[in-house]
Design a protein around this ligand. Structure first.
Ligand SMILES: [Zn+2]
Length: 444
């Protein structure tokens, strides 16, 4: 894997750090080599120092261990009744999804400090309800963000208006989430926007909930679905493409309320782990008993912030390891999930031709072995790779200055895309230097 390469987000200011509460390491991507070493050693360390003993869910005979990638960490922060999540990418990008209710900025700030994050690379607001953005402005005043993703619909609230004014005053770039967008967060990891779609849902029980930003985080063979407070109408729309929904980890929508997580939605997602963010003894009765029963029937491991505090999930690209802040083994075990199906499928795939080299680690000298590649073209290929990150496909070579289809075909005879470079598809990404997108500067 070529981990020292750029991604679509601006450089992170996060420094290498390890959260005392089991947060995974962060790396400043500018110091790529040191960062890589730090990540490798961190990947070998326990994912969560303060958690209960490991229970491995392994119904099948063990398979040979696969090489692990640098960690990607998701923290479902205990913000009481509400949502506040932090994603730390394999290259140290920091992304915050929602930030808890009014007065709940403290746990978010504490977690960001433990993670060593002083500037966020991206903030996603799932929807403008107070239990998701009430604490956001206070967080952003201390830890600013380089970019902000908004669901893009009108919503009248003082908190939201103040937040938008703050973003404008601080010159933060705002972009609108719409299905089909993809955000490269580095190291082969990406966030795909699955919802909302145009036209936006109208006349539902809660249009703000129903038009929540739904994101799918993909890293290696692992994935997680972030659902905001989406409800049944959202799920019905998402089910138009059920394959896109599968994820190992499901952030259960709307704090586990009865208005979300329909059986057929759960059947499409097929998660191993479900995370519910909700407050102890909250007045809404979240999570609903019916939702818990559905999850139990599906054999999903449920983790809840009201029972376990902040929940940490770490993926090495092949498996998830989870840790909790508090609680017994029975209430919140640490679980390791291995995506055996995906691994098998990959094992069954034709082995790469032995004489082909990985284009994403090729040196100038390697490249010059190709007929028609001189010093200048070899340099251009490497410069492009440095600027844009690993090649996702060999076809991408034609975007390099001076490389046409003919030369790209010649290069493809000797080189191929391996590892995480191949995970990035050709879906429409946000612009290379981040937001604003084509519909850019607008805010609702
Ligand atoms: Zn909510």
């Amino acid at each position: 894997m070529n981990l020292a390469k750029s991604s679509a987000l601006p450089a992170s200011s996060a420094q290498a750090a390890r959260g005392a509460r089991g947060g995974a390491p962060l790396t400043g991507w500018a110091s790529a080599v040191l960062a890589w070493l730090a990540l490798v050693s961190a990947a070998l360390a326990p994912a969560c120092a303060s958690t209960a003993p490991t229970t491995v869910v392994a119904p099948e005979p063990p398979e040979p261990p696969a090489p692990a990638g640098p960690p990607l960490t998701v923290q479902v922060v205990d913000v009481g009744q509400g949502d506040g999540l932090i994603v730390l990418s394999p290259t140290g990008k920091s992304i915050m999804i929602d930030a808890g209710d009014r007065g709940k900025h403290a746990p978010m700030l504490r977690q960001l400090a433990e993670d060593g994050v002083t500037t966020l690379d991206l903030v996603v607001m799932s929807h403008p309800h107070a239990d998701h953005i009430g604490g956001m402005q206070k967080v952003l005043e201390k830890v600013p963000t380089k970019a902000f993703v908004d669901p893009g619909f009108d919503y009248s609230s003082g908190i939201y208006a103040d937040l938008l004014a703050h973003l404008e005053a601080s010159g933060t770039k705002v972009l609108i989430a719409r299905r089909g967008r993809r955000i490269d967060i580095g190291g082969g990891a990406s966030l795909e926007v699955l919802w909302p779609v145009e036209p936006l849902l109208r006349g539902t029980r809660s249009d703000a909930n129903s038009n929540s930003v739904v994101l799918k985080l993909v890293y290696g063979t692992t994935s997680m679905l972030f659902t905001g407070d989406s409800e049944a109408p959202t799920e019905n729309g998402l089910l138009d493409d059920p394959e896109s929904l599968h994820a190992d980890v499901l952030k259960v929508a709307h704090h586990g309320s009865e208005h979300s997580t329909q059986d057929r939605f759960l059947a499409a997602v097929r998660p191993y782990i479900a995370v519910i963010s909700c407050g102890e003894d909250n007045k809404f009765g979240h999570p609903a008993l019916s939702t818990l029963e559905k999850l139990e029937r599906s054999g999903v491991q449920v983790l809840r912030t009201d029972l376990s505090g902040t929940i940490t999930l770490v993926s090495d690209g092949e498996r998830w390891t989870t840790g909790v802040e508090r609680g017994s083994v029975a209430a919140a075990p640490q679980v390791e999930v291995v995506d055996r199906g995906a691994r098998r499928a990959r094992a069954a795939a034709p082995a790469p031709a032995a004489d082909k080299l990985d284009i994403n680690v090729a040196t100038a000298e390697d490249l010059r072995a190709v007929d028609g590649i001189g010093v200048a073209k070899a340099k251009a290929i490497i410069a492009y790779r440095d600027a844009h990150g690993p090649f996702g496909t060999m076809g991408e070579l034609t975007r390099v200055d001076g490389i046409g289809a003919k030369t790209a075909a010649k290069i493809a005879e000797k080189f191929e895309v391996r590892g995480d470079g191949g995970l990035v598809d050709d879906a429409e990404p946000y612009p290379a230097e981040g937001p604003p997108g084509p519909e850019g500067e607008t805010t609702p």
